[in-house]
Design a protein around this ligand. Structure first.
Ligand SMILES: Cc1ncc(COP(=O)(O)O)c(C=O)c1O
Length: 403
């Protein structure tokens, strides 16, 4: 009997999710309606964040975060080469010059050391960095306390790319457990609701932040730079009637914004998924623990990615590092043999500095940590619909392929 194909990741949609979407379709609002505010409020509450602002996707959210921090043409932004291209593209859209940060070769995370190295390269080039994007890759928390200390000393503002890290916690400088996303050390934290992420809204994204003014700026930029808040209207003549009341039709476009809004339908799905976050997080933690345990007992030459002390990760992905060459195998042959046995894999990620667009923009560069990680990394099936038996099957299949 052929066994079902296990992809590296996929969404889980329940009957409640379907019902929530159907109800949103029946409401008079398909675009910005009550579900948008409900999802944003619930998201902020879940994380303990002061503000949550939804976006059409996380790339849009990160773009607007860069703009809100004043990134403009010619400014330098530090971005992680080991991440999805969007972690860097967001700053390129704003016209920034990119200085890539390397990563730890085992975890793939930017470290205080790789952050400082990139900041110093930017200083030496006479272009000190204004902003840095720090990714919590795979859902493991970067050392944001250490990185923030180095950033503060240099006046660099931080954006956390937390697209993989919904539900992950870390320990702050006072020894308190904090959710990634409270923005204790950063201006913004971004989330993605793409289908393979921890929760999905189809496409979708969110920014969290602490500062009310920044929340207002990104909220305006998300919707054409238009505000309907009478308190901030600039053109009093046009804005107010003879009694000093705001004209009922009136709005102001005060900045060059975008249409980066998320629909009510998507927010209904996101909200329904968020309501199950406790269950999703505990299944993801249990799946990671089972994989770690099976690999530890297997004697296979597979390196699992550790969680830093003081952190509790809710993983988005389950990558391992394998020295294929030591087994006389190419990674392509390894992937193809797993695929033939019904196991899907993916490589997260090709380092951004190696992507042809960035090679042609900045020339060929080398980042040892990222290239070591990239050579060995492979993401294995990881989503809440996976059973314990499925996970054992993945590990057994790897044993057979490497034998
Ligand atoms: C680390 C990271 N940042 C940003 C993004 C962009 O997210 P979205 O697809 O919602 O634009 C992704 C999506 O894959 C991601 O993995």
């Amino acid at each position: 009997m052929t066994q079902p194909f296990l992809p590296y990741g996929k969404q889980t949609i329940t009957d409640e999710d379907k019902q929530a979407v159907l109800e949103a379709l029946d409401s008079p609002f398909l675009t910005t309606g009550p579900k948008v505010a409900e999802f944003e409020d619930a998201f902020a509450r879940y994380l303990g964040a002061s503000h949550a602002i939804s976006f059409s996707n996380a790339t849009a959210a990160l773009h607007v975060a860069c703009l809100a921090l004043g990134v403009q043409s010619g400014d330098t932004v530090l971005t992680p080469t080991m991440s999805f291209a969007a972690s860097t593209n967001c700053a390129s859209y704003a016209g920034a010059k990119i200085q890539f940060m390397d990563c730890d070769p085992i975890s793939g995370l930017v470290t205080p050391q790789t952050f400082i190295e990139a900041a110093e390269r930017a200083e030496k080039a006479g272009r000190p960095a204004k902003v840095a994007v720090i990714v919590h890759i795979n859902g493991e928390a970067a050392d944001i306390v250490g990185i923030a200390k180095a950033a503060e000393a240099r006046g660099i503002k931080l954006i956390e790319d937390s697209c993989h890290a919904l539900g992950t916690t870390y320990t702050d400088h006072e020894g308190k457990v904090q959710n990634v996303g409270t923005c204790q050390y950063s201006a913004f934290s971004s989330y993605s609701f793409h289908p393979v992420k921890t929760i999905t809204s189809g496409e979708g994204g969110m920014l969290t932040c602490k500062d009310e003014n920044l929340a207002r700026i990104v909220s305006d930029l998300r919707s054409h730079g238009i505000t309907r808040d009478a308190d901030v209207f600039v053109d009093k003549q046009l804005a107010f009637d003879e009694n000093g009341d705001p004209n009922p039709w009136y709005y102001e476009m005060q900045s060059l914004g975008f249409n980066y809004r998320l629909t009510d339908i998507a927010c209904a799905l996101g909200l329904s998924q968020l309501n199950r976050m406790h269950e999703i997080a505990s299944r993801r933690r249990a799946m990671k623990a089972l994989y770690d345990d099976l690999f530890a007992k297997s004697n296979l030459p597979v390196t699992c990615i550790p969680t830093a002390g003081g952190s509790d990760a809710v993983r988005h992905l389950y990558p391992v590092l394998i020295d294929y060459k030591a087994h006389g195998l190419s990674r392509a042959a390894f992937c193809n043999q797993l695929k033939a046995q019904g196991i899907g894999t993916q490589v997260h990620y090709i380092p951004t500095h190696m992507l042809p667009y960035y090679v042609s923009t900045y020339g060929k560069q080398n980042f040892e940590g990222a290239e070591h990680y990239y050579d060995k990394v492979i993401s294995l099936p990881f989503y809440p619909g996976l059973s314990d038996n499925d996970i054992s099957r993945v590990v057994d299949t790897i044993r057979n392929v490497l034998a």
